[in-house]
Design a protein. Structure first.
Length: 442
């Protein structure tokens, strides 16, 4: 019996999935990927004001139902129980997120929560994008996951990803989705693969905290903020070199190297051994065909998409609201990040970095929000200093207002403490590379 229908079942969804998440497009003079373009189109069509209100309602529903299903109706099963029954810590965090969202939306309450640099920024600038991206990702991610693409790519790249990054070959798709598309999409994809038993705790943690780089679009925004758009090529090449160096080192040192290689629900679905009589291509193709043959139909795809959207809406949005607002409050209303950067001033001056004092104040503030370093440094005169700060803010990668918050809201086993240590280590690894690149360029 011909396997051509099965091949089409593998090929068509996989090509659509890759197009949606991995192919950069030039639209109206801006570089983007289809999933981000669709998300922005939804925002424009419905209006950002409506999306923001829907986001607030979603976050409040998450808090209310989490209290009901975690504290009042503790036992049970079904969709509502799976989504809203959680630990006391997450119930409190979702509730805090709901309070912050309502205060920021109504502009009632302490300025440190409602300010345009704290809660209002997280609610108005970030949440609508996440809300819409989660809709698109929820329905299109299964095209990458369920029709054989990961089985095919994973087998082809297993002998590359394992020795270089200590990761299974199928993580190649996650990593590309993050680098080319959007870091939050990469985190969602990674979390889903972790829950399905394809990544261990360590592997999911490595992928989420090492490859969830901001998109090319965000890179362009940073360059525009620091007025170095004419240096996109040098800037992005520096980010790639520093990012790859961090990706080679980070999985081999604590805390990531100390995380257990155990699986969610203690069940592993990953098998990378290539049997005798097959090469990576032929075995990958066979596994892809087997996966496609048993893949779900359109109704199952829609059901899974709806569940994924609700999981991410109710689980991630309130956490991003809570953590992002608290982080930006720390950055705006306390001197803690300036204090942390002070020991670097003599070192930066010794190296010959212009305006070292201004740069030192930005080194750690990126943990709260990726844009804050660029905003703080945009009026500095030195092109070199602005270049270093801009590139570092991207290669540090972990920032609580988005990627860090999404990781914390997912099932990936990384807490705030580990994320901060990872942020520090990435800073130590990538900063020297960026400084060397800046001296070569300038």
């Amino acid at each position: 019996m011909s396997r051509f229908p099965t091949f089409l079942k593998f090929f068509i969804p996989s090509v659509i999935g890759m197009f949606m998440f991995l192919i950069p497009l030039k639209i109206d003079g801006e570089t983007t990927v289809p999933v981000a373009f669709l998300a922005n189109t939804i925002i424009e069509f419905i209006t950002i004001e409506t999306i923001t209100l829907l986001t607030v309602i979603t976050i409040v529903i998450s808090a209310v139902f989490s209290i009901i299903y975690s504290w009042l109706v503790k036992s049970g099963s079904g969709f509502m129980h799976d989504v809203f029954n959680t630990s006391n810590f997450w119930v409190v965090l979702r509730t805090v997120g709901a309070v912050f969202a309502v205060l920021a939306y109504t502009q009632v309450g302490p300025e440190m929560i409602t300010s345009a640099n704290t809660g209002a920024m997280i609610l108005n600038d970030l949440q609508p994008t996440l809300f819409t991206v989660f809709i698109i990702a929820g329905f299109f991610l299964p095209l990458l996951l369920n029709y054989g693409l990961l089985e095919f790519i994973g087998t082809l790249f297993s002998k590359v990803m394992r020795p270089l990054f200590t990761l299974p070959g199928r993580s190649t798709v996650d990593n590309l989705a993050s680098w080319v598309g959007d870091g939050t999409v990469g985190v969602i994809l990674t979390s889903k693969q972790y829950e399905d038993g394809f990544y261990s705790k360590r592997e999911a943690s490595v992928i989420a905290s090492t490859f969830s780089v901001v998109s090319i679009t965000f890179t362009i925004v940073i360059l525009d903020l620091i007025d170095l758009m004419n240096m996109f090529g040098q800037f992005y090449l520096t980010i790639i070199v520093a990012g790859v160096a961090a990706a080679l080192i980070m999985p081999r040192i604590p805390p990531l190297s100390k995380i257990e290689d155990t699986y969610y629900n203690d069940a592993s679905e990953l098998e990378e051994t290539i049997p005798a009589g097959h090469n990576p291509f032929s075995w990958g193709y066979k596994k892809a065909m087997d996966k496609a043959e048993h893949s779900p139909g359109i109704l199952s795809l829609i059901k899974e998409g709806i569940k994924t959207v609700f999981d991410t809406w109710f689980g991630v949005l309130p956490v991003v609201m809570a953590i992002g607002t608290l982080g930006t409050i720390l950055a705006e209303y306390t001197p803690i990040f300036s204090w942390l950067g002070m020991p670097f001033v003599p070192l930066l001056e010794m190296i010959g970095i212009p305006e070292a004092q201004a740069m030192s104040e930005t080194i750690f503030i990126g943990f709260t929000d990726m844009f804050l370093p660029a905003i703080l440094i945009e009026n500095v005169q030195s092109d070199m200093t602005r270049f270093i700060v801009g590139a570092l803010s991207i290669t540090q990668l972990i920032y609580l207002s988005e990627v860090g918050g999404v990781i914390l809201g997912s099932k990936i086993p990384l807490g705030t403490g580990k994320l901060f240590v990872i942020f520090l280590l990435r800073t130590v690894i990538t900063l020297p590379i960026i400084i060397v690149a800046a001296f070569l360029i300038f």
